[in-house]
Design a protein around this ligand. Structure first.
Ligand code: MN
Length: 131
């Protein structure tokens, strides 16, 4: 058990999505009714692969630690507690922790017919270490 302080539960190791992350992440299901919502926690250096939310997009509510969000072709944006990120459907992007900090966000799936996530390749160490 780590000592990272955050308002929502750390949950379980995010094994189901391990193939799409670099480093260890954790997932806690907040609700599956109405608007499916999850608390995702990233250990320092952990980030997800480039990916696209098809159908309805995604909203992130940053709750603890320091992280990054980047859309393809744009500079990475530093994330702090209280930040909201609205990710339109179809935009290639990644999100994760800073290299020296744990990070947690709530991820909300915008309801839509045929909502799905299309996973692409990892964010390379070379790209990530420049941040
Ligand atoms: Mn996303």
């Amino acid at each position: 058990m780590n000592e990272f302080k955050q308002p929502f539960a750390l949950g379980q190791k995010n094994d189901a999505y391990a193939d799409y992350f670099t480093g260890q992440s954790y997932i806690s299901v907040l609700t599956l009714e109405g608007v499916p919502s999850f608390n995702i926690t990233f250990e320092p250096g952990c980030r997800n692969n480039w990916h696209i939310h098809k159908g309805g997009g995604q909203i992130l509510f940053c709750t603890a630690g320091t992280g990054w969000y980047q859309e393809e072709g744009k500079p990475a944006q530093k994330l702090n507690p209280g930040d909201t990120v609205n990710i339109p459907a179809g935009v290639n992007h990644w999100h994760g922790a800073a290299k020296d900090s744990w990070f947690a966000h709530i991820a909300l799936t915008v309801p839509a017919e045929s909502a799905a996530t299309e996973w692409r390749g990892p964010v390379s160490d070379e790209e990530y270490n420049k941040l």
